[in-house]
Design a binder for this molecule. Structure first.
Ligand code: FMN
Length: 362
């Protein structure tokens, strides 16, 4: 068994954080199941307003939806929190406020640098945890947060093997210096300088042995996505889970052009119908969801890169919503996975997976 991990005021019995997976893959059924097994269960904030409005057939705004889903994730006990992506700028503050008010144990925030996170609202017992991919990024965040009178309660260091958006340029992904084990020591040094907070590593961690190895290398915990995507409790559609089961190593690619309108490389299954359409420039421009909006000249969130350049980007909001069963008839799905998705050969319950990772032999 691994030793426990303390982050701010909560203690994880096992130092495993289930990574937030948007859109709609890690919701309260997954997060509460992980929390009940002693890890940290993390919902994704992405598009919660739409997902909950559909689930309850009643209109939810971002704040209300976040509050409701965090409360549900915590309802079975244990440690539960939320992942809020900086790239979802329009909804960022409402998501943070809803999470803190609902008593989220942690807010984990990446896909951009969460430079102003501590200033949005007093976090009370909620731990604030940035996701970084380099020591430099962590240093910038620590300096910025210091001026706001806060230091990270922990940080997630995500390497280039992860699922979802990657914090590396396309040509940096395979570099030796960017292997997770090589990124860890300088990141630990920054953490020590700013109060010795825990460093959680993520990206490509698959087995009990992997966890053990990274803890021996000096990590304080791990965050895992792909393993939890392939569980009974994840809210990915059955088609998504089947595509993961089918995937071979060569079927997992990093989409860059066409790529994500967030402007970061994004790892996908090559067979994702939305990606195939984008590759063949078949998808007509559309931007009717508006989560990844940039500000226009007047400071309003109106501009979607996918709409402005349909040649270069795919419609990530619609593609990922479809992968979580929202509007699957109208929109083609987009499947994101980590590099290790080809190793998944069956869908486990969270209990089975956590027992395997803890190596309890059950
Ligand atoms: C389906 C899927 C969706 C993801 N969505 C998000 C997200 O919305 N926000 C985020 O910060 N990371 C996201 N990630 C990254 C995970 O939280 C996690 O850090 C990463 O996948 C770890 O690598 P692994 O999949 O090899 O375990 C996602 C990963 C997957 C597989």
């Amino acid at each position: 068994m691994f030793s426990s991990l303390k982050i701010k005021n909560c203690t994880l019995e096992v130092p495993i954080i289930q990574g937030g997976m948007g859109v709609g893959v890690s919701l309260s059924p997954l997060a509460s199941a992980v929390a009940a097994e002693g890890g940290a269960g993390i919902i994704s904030s992405a598009a919660l307003d739409r997902l909950l409005s559909k689930r309850y057939n009643k209109k939810f705004n971002t704040y209300e939806a976040t509050y409701a889903e965090v409360s549900l994730a915590k309802s079975k006990g244990g440690v539960a929190g939320i992942n809020i992506m900086v790239a979802l700028m329009r909804d960022y503050e409402a998501s943070v406020k809803g999470a803190i008010d609902a008593g989220a144990d942690m807010i984990i925030s990446g896909a951009g640098l969460p430079l102003s996170l501590p200033s949005i609202q007093k976090p009370k017992d909620t731990a604030l945890i940035p996701i970084v991919s380099s020591a430099r990024a962590l240093q910038i965040i620590c300096r910025k947060w210091e001026r706001q009178g806060y230091r990270p309660d922990a940080a997630v260091l995500e390497g280039p093997l992860a699922g979802g958006h990657l914090g590396f340029h396309f040509d940096q992904i395979d570099r030796e210096e960017n292997r997770l084990e090589n990124l860890l020591p300088p990141v630990k040094d920054v953490a020590r300088k700013y109060g010795d907070f825990p460093i959680i590593v993520a990206g490509g961690i698959y087995t009990h042995e992997d966890i053990k190895r990274f803890l021996e290398l000096g990590a304080d915990g791990v965050q895992m996505g792909t393993r939890f995507l392939a569980t009974v409790e994840s809210s990915a559609t059955p088609e998504y889970k089947e595509a993961v089961l089918r995937a071979r190593r060569e079927d997992i690619v990093v989409a860059d052009n066409p790529g994500s309108p967030c402007g970061l490389p994004f790892r996908v299954l090559k067979e994702s119908p939305m990606y195939v359409d984008a590759l063949h420039r078949r998808r007509p421009p559309r931007c009717d969801k508006g989560y990844v909006l940039l500000k226009d000249e007047e400071g309003r969130f109106t501009r979607c890169p996918a709409k402005e350049s349909n040649e270069s980007y795919f419609c990530i909001c619609n593609g990922l919503l479809s992968s979580a069963g929202y509007n699957p008839d109208k929109e083609k799905p987009l499947y994101t996975v980590g590099t290790n998705a080809y190793r998944v050969d069956r869908i486990l319950s969270v209990k089975e997976l956590m027992n395997e990772l803890k190596n309890t032999g059950v």
